[in-house]
Design a protein around this ligand. Sequence first.
Ligand code: FNR
Length: 352
Amino acid sequence: MSLPLIDRASDYMPLARERLDEATWRYLQDGDGTGNEHALSEVRLMPRPLSAVAGGHTRLRLFGQDLAHPFLLAPVAYQRLFHADGEVATAMAAAAQGGQQLISSLASTDIQTIVQAAVEGGGLAPWFQLYWQRDRQRTQRLLRKAVDAGCSAIVFTVDAPVKLATMRLPADIRAVNLEAEAHAAVPVEGGSLVFDGWMVQAPTWDDVAWLRAQTTLPLLIKGVLHPDDAMRALDLGCDGVVVSNHGGRVLEGAALSLAALPRVVARVAGRAPVLFDSGVRGGRDALVAMAHGAAAVLLGRPYIWGLASHGALGVAHVIRLMRDELEMTMALTGCATLADVTAQVLDAGQPL
Ligand code: FNR
């Protein structure tokens, strides 16, 4: 299969659109992702010519794992909607590029099969993204499946207590790792579907404390924007946080994740890695997030554009393009390694 001339990850977007039916395309692009994208693209950088950056690299160590670059593939549900190879293609691409992938609770492929694809491809055992499953027993059974399959970290997504596909799924695609009915809200006679239905089965901070005790794997909380929430997660024993507004897909008008990032980073004060997502569309955006204190970034829609149009090859190419652009941006701002990417690279970070 030949790739058309593509030099940015976003060049895959129109290709994906051509290949997906309208309902799937809408499901993918749902929400307001543009606020995050603009916030990142508006940040100005300070060029630092003549810096000695030869021999530089984008490597990092995260939760004991060595990664070739800081682009993790975010948990995205039902990937077989976008390509027949679905999550397996994503696993192969992440492995081939020396990176990491988060398997969604709503994956359309068996967890074990995805982990196997990653490991056989020479990659790391993936992380697992956990959605609360109505009660502790069900949640524990899902967690156990991920741990038994060999997943190497757990990322508990807390910003979307009520999240199911917002489209009608084809008959052959479903969340195969979940127990049937785990999410059906029971309408209460005369009550509120939200407060007496969905929220009765939603997790609270007590459940985070409980979850912490259920696994010795690194545990991250995904979907916090308030510094108090980040600190509470760490106080309960979590090992990291992902500052994210879910790509603008859950709370309409939610704070932008780039606005939240420096506040969370300041409060966390180096106690644990802070990861970032929502709106990263190029390597330059990743540098901006890291200059604001992120340890790494997660990609959502961009790699799905690659997946939809060219399967594993498309995902791998998206990651490679991101990395190339990050390297170029690092070189131009005088950074040889990710440790050099600090507020110093920002125009706004210059001493007066
Ligand atoms: C998501 N996201 C998501 N997050 C999560 O924790 N579990 C999930 O199952 C899903 N599913 C999902 C489906 C689709 C189609 C999209 C686009 C997103 C959110 C995802 O992990 C990530 O936070 C955002 O996608 C990041 O924003 P960008 O990069 O898409 O702007």
